[in-house]
Write a protein that binds this ligand. Structure first.
Ligand code: FAD
Length: 475
């Protein structure tokens, strides 16, 4: 593996895309070398911005021939350092930000073919313009791009009803590390023809090739939509309410999010325009989202009946139902800002974990006891997609604590939280992926056979070891 890239070789890479689409100055490259959480600071001599599949192919062919490491990057919103080149490396960044074409929309077959550089929000908008919906929705949707969404198998707020990116993609176009192009842009719901190559690339975090295009699944736009925010006493009550909501609403239940009091305090304090929607505080809150295909009345009736049942059963202490689309957005904004609202509170140690939904209360209690015993004064802000069993188990530093000393305990906190997650049969990465952050931990918890199979797959696709080395799995 080349550790430095000669000026002559850099020029050969640059000539593929044209000098106008290359970043070489340190100041221009700098924003591509850091990620949202500031955990990783990579190094790279160059960012290439190809404009076509053929250019991506030529880049990867040259990379494999010369043993030059390549790091794909789209929106740079990933949360595990997968898109950040390695520290002190000469990894070349390939950004797909110029490849933003909506290639085709088929409202009959409910599919859409897009370039991997399309911004998620633009894809949602294009679907809407054709009377359809693309349901993937994330806090980062204004900047993350389809290639990154696919490569991290992104989840977000509508997984409960529509699934994650794996379920929302029918076909892929991928440039392999050798430069070969795999055109798997099939629009079929049913296609049982051997190994599922598409599923290998989804969630591979750029370690097996560069995704350049995708066939996405579209859905009819819901005609009815209701969002409610309810104060509750305990996580156990939230779970009972979730069970009632899924029985009553079935597939119309599109979101069921759990939030702690401290999260509502953080967002009210730090996020402009956000305020506590209820008049008195509650230990926990749930955001319930219902979408129906027939009418607004149906969604309204469903929500009212669910809340009435919740009040009668003593599960809901207080609730508000959004009276307009703007209010619906405001409630979701509060939930989606919860992570950002932790930043002004000092250091935050994050966990993106999942456990079987029924185990959430036990996991939350055990984790709280263990964390508070290890780090008295820690402020636990555990929130997330309760209906998917996915909790963002974030821990803010004690008030007045030293930030660096707190962050230095990241691994210790991980060990506690992940240990409990595994005891409950859960996953240490529910939706953000492995990247650099969890690579070694993954190898330490997964059975040997599973890690061996992953390494064999990596070697088969990327014999020269040039695709995003050092991420997901060490070979
Ligand atoms: P990048 O960060 O650029 O890359 C992510 C990974 O994919 C890297 O490993 C990169 O090498 C690889 N990659 C990128 N493009 C390609 C390509 N074309 N081919 C092959 N590999 C590629 N994630 C969730 O799942 N759910 C959430 O609710 C959620 N909320 C978020 C909220 C905020 C505020 C932020 C900052 C992030 C959130 N994320 C969430 C994480 C992140 O937004 C997603 O992982 C997103 O899907 C990454 O897309 P991206 O374009 O930014 O990818």
């Amino acid at each position: 593996m080349t550790q430095t890239v000669s000026p002559a070789l850099l020029d050969r890479f640059a000539s593929i895309v044209g000098e106008g689409h290359v970043l070489r100055a340190a100041a221009d490259i700098a924003p591509h070398l850091v990620e949202n959480r500031g955990l990783y600071h990579g190094a790279s001599p160059m960012v290439l911005k190809p404009g076509s599949v053929a250019e991506v192919s030529a880049i990867l062919k040259l990379a494999s021939e010369t043993g030059t490491a390549i790091v794909p990057q789209t929106g740079n919103t990933g949360l595990v350092g997968g898109q950040t080149p390695r520290e002190g490396s000469a990894d070349i960044l390939v950004s797909l930000e110029r490849m933003t074409r909506i290639r085709d929309v088929d409202p009959v077959g409910n599919t859409m073919v897009v370039d991997a550089g399309c911004i998620l929000a633009e894809v949602q908008k294009a679907a809407e313009e054709h009377g359809r919906m693309f349901p993937l929705s994330l806090g980062s949707e204004g900047s993350c791009r389809i290639g990154g969404n696919l490569s991290t198998n992104a989840g977000g707020t509508a997984v409960l009803a529509y699934g994650n990116m794996r379920q929302l993609c029918l076909g892929l176009e991928v440039v392999l590390p050798t430069g070969e192009i795999w055109d798997g842009l099939r629009r079929l719901k049913k296609d049982n023809t051997g190994y599922d190559l598409r599923d290998l690339f989804i969630g591979a975090e750029g370690t097996l090739g560069i995704i350049t295009g995708a066939v996405l699944k579209l859905f009819p736009q819901p005609l009815g939509h209701q969002v409610a925010f309810a104060g509750i006493a305990s996580v156990e009550d939230a779970l009972t309410l979730f069970k009632d909501a899924s029985s009553r609403c079935g597939p119309a239940l599109t979101g069921f999010e759990l939030m702690p009091r401290i999260g509502v305090e953080f967002t009210s304090r730090h996020i402009p325009g956000v305020r506590d929607p209820l008049s008195s505080p509650h230990p926990w809150y749930v955001l319930i989202d219902i979408s129906t295909s027939d009418s607004a009345e149906t969604a309204g009736r469903m929500m009212t009946a669910l809340l009435e049942q919740g009040y009668e059963a003593g599960l809901i202490k207080d609730a508000t139902v959004a009276a307009s689309e703007a209010q619906q957005k405001a409630l979701w904004h509060m939930r989606e800002s919860m992570s950002d609202a932790q930043k002004p509170e000092g250091g935050s140690i994050k966990h993106d974990v999942s456990v079987p939904v029924a185990s959430i209360p036990a996991f939350m209690h055990e984790a709280e006891n263990a964390i508070m015993a290890a780090l008295p004064g820690a402020r636990i802000c555990a929130f997330g997609h309760m209906g998917d069993g996915n909790i963002h188990y974030n821990i803010s530093q004690p008030v007045g604590a030293d930030k660096a000393a707190f962050i230095a305990r990241w691994r210790e906190m991980n060990k506690i939280v992940h240990g409990l997650v595994l005891q409950h049969g859960g996953s240490i990465s529910a939706e953000h992926g492995i990247g650099q952050l969890k690579r070694d931990e993954l190898a330490s918890i997964r059975p040997q056979i599973e890690m061996d199979l992953m390494r064999r797959i990596k070697r088969a696709f990327d014999p020269a070891g040039v695709m995003n080395p050092g991420k997901v799995v060490a070979v």
